[in-house]
Design a protein around this ligand. Structure first.
Ligand SMILES: Cc1ncc(COP(=O)(O)O)c(C=O)c1O
Length: 397
């Protein structure tokens, strides 16, 4: 019998991908399913970006590039980080990579066996898995509707121990849509500096923000030297399939990541890097239009979800997910499975950590018509299922 290393035996399938795959299988079998499980924009990549990739291919730009990425792209990323985010990065403090890979290798480079990584809970499903692969220990800080799904400095303080090593931030957040304020980040920065912690700031949804402003913790005095800022093209530019993003950090912090990249993926696909450059320097109007469309959908889905008996949601401030709490006495996984039978695919809140239980995640990367029809099905399903209410419902406030 084949045996595997412990680090993979404990690993579970991604809850979000698992549900999306199930929905896809049913759709392929001819079932009528409306899917809210997608973690990606439903838009096509803007044409000028596609054209840049085609041009690069026609020009024979098909070889390995420098492992940390082509210089013109690193320069454009550094400029963007300085001008839009206040992050004092030069082009040698940027590595072109894949956002998910950057998070993985930033954790691998920072965390030794048994060291603790503070994460919001609920949070993006891969943080737990990647920390476990590094043999670290995830330590959850609860975020919920009462604290606006923001990780508060005082809650982080309570979770610190001698083994604390890293804090992971994700603003705007998947799955909650929570957005950190400047004040939150100042408090978290103080903790990181006082306790010598590294911060991994996952800013992949930076551009998908409706209220408030995006702030980068690495812009705070003293934080650039201890922060990996991770970002990418997937969500903002509808480029999930291109697999390109970046990490910025001081040269010292970046060095181990560069080495891992040299020995693992080598570099990001050459012509994709040319397309990424075009995304940064080309017209931004398509991206603003995506956000305008997402905002309309958000307003619709929030209004309709709040009309369903026993469902509660505040308006998420960023990303493209609705994360309603519900009052019914059923765990989110069996609830999601029952809803699949009623023609709606969504992700159970428990996939995002234990504080995500009794929530559902609906991605509104779907047309207004699909949202209307899907929520109509959800409402009908809830009525037909006639589920009992939880006795002491935390959500029933
Ligand atoms: C919070 C968060 N971080 C990182 C990623 C990974 O981004 P990419 O697909 O560009 O690697 C995702 C993708 O869903 C995400 O939701």
């Amino acid at each position: 019998m084949v045996s595997f290393a412990q680090r993979v035996e404990r690993m579970r399938e991604s809850g979000t991908l698992g549900m999306a795959n199930k929905a896809d299988d049913l759709i392929e079998e001819g079932k009528d399913i409306i899917s809210f499980s997608m973690g990606e924009p439903d838009f096509t990549t803007p044409q000028h970006i596609i054209d840049a990739a085609k041009r690069a291919l026609d020009e024979g730009f098909t070889h390995y590039t420098a492992s940390n990425g082509i210089k013109c792209l690193r320069e454009a990323i550094a400029k963007k980080c300085r001008e839009e985010n206040g992050i004092p990065a030069t082009c040698n403090e940027v590595m072109v990579t894949i956002a998910k890979h950057a998070i993985s290798i930033a954790i691998l480079s920072s965390v030794d066996i048994g060291e603790e990584v503070i994460i919001p809970n609920p949070c993006w499903t891969s943080y737990h898995a990647l920390i476990n692969i590094a043999k670290g220990r995830p330590v959850s800080v609860e975020v919920n509707r009462d604290n606006d799904f923001r990780m508060k400095p005082e809650d982080i303080m309570e979770k610190l121990s001698l083994k604390s090593r890293v804090i992971i931030l994700n603003s705007p957040s998947n799955p909650t849509g929570g957005v950190a304020t400047k004040q939150d980040l100042k408090g978290i920065a103080e903790i990181a500096m006082d306790h010598n912690l590294t911060v991994i700031s996952d800013e992949i949804y930076e551009k998908v923000i409706y209220e408030g402003k995006h702030h980068s913790i690495a812009a705070i005095d003293g934080m650039f030297d201890r922060t990996y800022t991770i970002n990418g093209f997937s969500k903002a530019y509808a480029m999930t399939g291109w697999r390109v993003g970046w990490v910025t950090a001081s040269k010292e912090l970046l060095r181990p990541l560069e080495r891992i990249q040299q020995h693992s993926i080598t570099c990001v696909t050459s012509f994709v890097q040319k397309a990424a450059l075009e995304a940064l320097v080309g017209p931004m109007e398509p991206i603003h239009e995506f956000v305008r469309i997402f905002k309309k959908r958000r307003d619709l889905i929030v209004k309709e979800l709040n009309r369903i008996e026993g469902f509660h949601i505040n308006k998420p401030k960023g990303a493209f997910y609705a994360f309603p709490a519900y009052d019914y006495d059923i765990a989110s996984l069996p609830f999601a499975m029952k809803l699949l039978d009623h023609g709606i695919a969504l992700t159970p809140g428990s996939a995002f950590g234990r504080f995500g239980e009794h929530h559902l995640r609906l991605s509104y990367a779907a047309s207004m018509e699909k949202i209307k029809e899907g929520i109509c099905r959800l409402k009908k399903a809830v009525e037909e299922l006639d589920l009992p209410l939880r006795k002491e419902s935390e959500n029933n406030k």
